[in-house]
Each structure stands twice: as structure tokens, then as C-alpha cells.
Design a protein around this ligand. Structure first.
Ligand SMILES: CC(C)(COP(=O)(O)OP(=O)(O)OC[C@H]1O[C@@H](n2cnc3c(N)ncnc32)[C@H](O)[C@@H]1OP(=O)(O)O)[C@@H](O)C(=O)NCCC(=O)NCCS
Length: 282
């Protein structure tokens, strides 16, 4: 029986040829909120030195039937390398024929060529999807391929992380002072303090990629995109925000935050997406 199954040939993507088909596939496979334009997707995918992406083509027509994006990056300043399966997508018409399994196996084999300490589903930076989006329903498939995803407290076994969006029109300032906390943007001269806090917290909470992500902001005006939460003079939380100027309305986006749902809702944030945070030791 096994020998009658097609054997899929996994190839490295061709950066000049494959992007339009990969973009089509992305739009077919991900929920609407995650759709981006082709230029944006290409910018995220094209990270020489940090990315390797794979495709399965139809052997006759060369149509792209499946795609897997992988990245490698640093976890934090003390721990070494993480390898990410950032996205795995198969044409709906060709599922259940082994294409996903072939891509998953090939990606893991290629990632294993690096001296990784960890493997992750989803990616932090560059970020396509932070983890497995709750609504994508592929968790059983990954479970059957050795990823631990359950409701336990074991780090990396699928704990929820959420993106939040705040429309400033909904900002409930009263909520800010309730717990004696102040939420505000980071000032330039606070950046060192923030990086120190992030390094400490990443090590303590195993926050893969966060330290790296904050360090990329050194010397850029984007330091103001860091939101800090202060209790008195002490930083107790930080988050990266993206302010979007749309239809004359300013919004703030908080990226993959774990916990704190009640607090964020209390001050007017809406949940934008939820992911399962899944990783394992390499
Ligand atoms: C998850 C996803 C990538 C799986 O892709 P797929 O190509 O359907 O996966 P496979 O065909 O390898 O596996 C599906 C089933 O087909 C079976 N199968 C059929 N023919 C097969 C073959 N020739 N070889 C291996 N498995 C085969 C497998 O047994 C498998 O069942 P199992 O999970 O119980 O083992 C695909 O469903 C998808 O694109 N989903 C939407 C996007 C998504 O959620 N991606 C993940 C997060 S980014």
C-alpha cells in the first residue's frame, strides 16, 4: 500500500518565480485577518541568511501545491538558536495526500543542520503567524507529528498568546489608574532599562525571540513603539505596539501578549487574534 502513495519532491523556493503562487496559497489558507499584500509577504519571507522556504510543485503543471516557511534566529542573549516552522500551507484541493507531511519532515531535517536549541511553530521575528492561530484547526495534525499541544502549564505546549488592538476612541483612562499602573510610550533615555527588563524577563519566562526583537530597535525612532507599564517608577511590563493611521483614527496594536486579558479589556483593548505558543527542545 505504502509504495502506491506519491512521493513528493520538496524544493527550495525560487525567489523570482514562486512568490505570486505562494501569495495566492497564503490567501486561500489563512483567515482573512492575516491576509497581506504580496509585497508585504515577500518582505517578510525574504530574509537572506535567516530564512529557507520550501515548496512542492505539481510534477506535471509546476503549480505550487504546498509551501513551508522556516526561519532561524536567536532566543535571547544567553541561549542560542531557535528554528521556526513559520507557516505550512497546502492547497485545499490537494490535502490528505502527504504533501504537508513531506514539507514538515523536510523542513525539520533542514533546520537540524543548524546548531539549534529549540524548534518552534510560528515565528516571532520576522513574524508571519506568532504560533498556531486558534481558528486554523491544524493542532491535531501537528500533535500527530510529535508536537506537544495540550492545556498543561508546560512551557511551549500551546499556551495562549493574543494580539490586542486598541482604538484610542475606546481608551478607558480610568482603568489605567485602578491598579496604580501607568501605560505609556517608551522615551529614548528609558531604552536601556527596557532592554535590561526584556533580557531578564525573556530568560525567566522563556520568551523566544523577544530580546532580539527589541534589540533591532536600537538607534531607531521606533523606540517610541514600545509601550511600557510602570508601577511607580518600576517597569513591570513592556509590549511592542504598532500605531496605524487609518481613516483618521489611531489604533495601537500589541503583539503576542501572554496573560493579562482582563487588564487589557478593562482599558479598552479588543482581542485581535489568539495563538497557541508551541515549541520543543531541538
Ligand atoms: C495542516 C496541513 C498543512 C496538512 O497538510 P496535508 O498535505 O493535508 O497533510 P498530509 O496529507 O501530509 O496529512 C494529512 C493526512 O493525510 C494522510 N495521508 C494521505 N496520503 C498520504 C501520503 N501519501 N503520505 C502521508 N500521509 C498521507 C495522512 O495519514 C494524514 O493523516 P494523519 O494526520 O492522521 O497522519 C493542511 O491541512 C493545511 O494547509 N491547513 C491549512 C493551513 C494550516 O493550518 N497550516 C498550519 C499552520 S501555519
Amino acid at each position: 500500500m505504502e509504495s502506491s502513495r506519491p512521493r513528493w519532491f520538496v524544493e527550495e523556493w525560487e525567489i523570482l518565480k514562486d512568490p505570486p503562487a505562494i501569495h495566492d496559497l497564503w490567501c486561500k489558507c489563512v483567515p482573512e485577518r492575516f491576509r497581506i499584500d504580496i509585497a508585504g509577504l515577500q518582505r517578510l519571507l525574504n530574509r537572506p541568511g535567516y530564512s529557507k522556504h520550501f515548496v512542492v510543485h505539481d510534477p506535471q503543471t509546476r503549480e505550487v501545491l504546498g509551501f513551508c516557511a522556516t526561519y532561524t534566529g536567536f532566543i535571547n542573549k544567553t541561549v542560542s538558536y531557535v528554528g521556526c516552522i513559520a507557516a505550512l500551507l497546502v492547497q485545499p484541493s490537494h490535502r490528505g495526500r502527504g504533501i504537508g507531511t513531506a514539507l514538515h519532515y523536510h523542513a525539520l531535517r533542514k533546520l537540524a543542520e543548524h546548531r539549534l536549541s529549540r524548534l518552534q511553530l510560528g515565528s516571532t521575528f520576522p513574524r508571519l503567524l506568532f504560533g498556531l492561530p486558534f481558528e486554523m484547526e491544524s493542532q491535531d495534525w501537528f500533535r500527530r507529528r510529535g508536537w506537544r499541544i495540550d492545556d498543561s502549564d508546560v512551557p511551549g505546549s500551546g499556551q495562549e498568546a493574543c494580539d490586542w488592538v486598541l482604538d484610542f476612541a475606546d481608551w478607558r483612562a480610568a482603568g489605567l489608574s485602578d491598579g496604580g499602573l501607568t501605560f505609556r510610550r517608551c522615551k529614548l533615555d528609558e531604552f536601556d532599562q527596557v532592554v535590561e527588563f526584556v533580557a531578564r524577563e525573556s530568560a525567566r519566562k522563556d520568551n523566544v525571540g523577544w530580546y532580539d526583537q527589541y534589540c533591532q530597535l536600537v538607534g531607531t525612532p521606533d523606540i517610541h513603539d514600545i509601550l511600557i507599564v510602570l508601577e511607580g517608577p518600576h517597569i513591570v511590563a513592556t509590549a511592542l505596539s504598532y500605531t496605524l493611521q487609518s481613516q483618521g483614527m489611531e489604533k495601537m496594536f500589541l503583539d503576542a501578549v501572554r496573560g493579562g486579558s482582563e487588564g487589557f479589556q478593562a482599558i479598552g483593548f479588543q482581542k485581535w487574534a489568539s495563538y497557541r505558543h508551541v515549541w520543543r527542545d531541538a
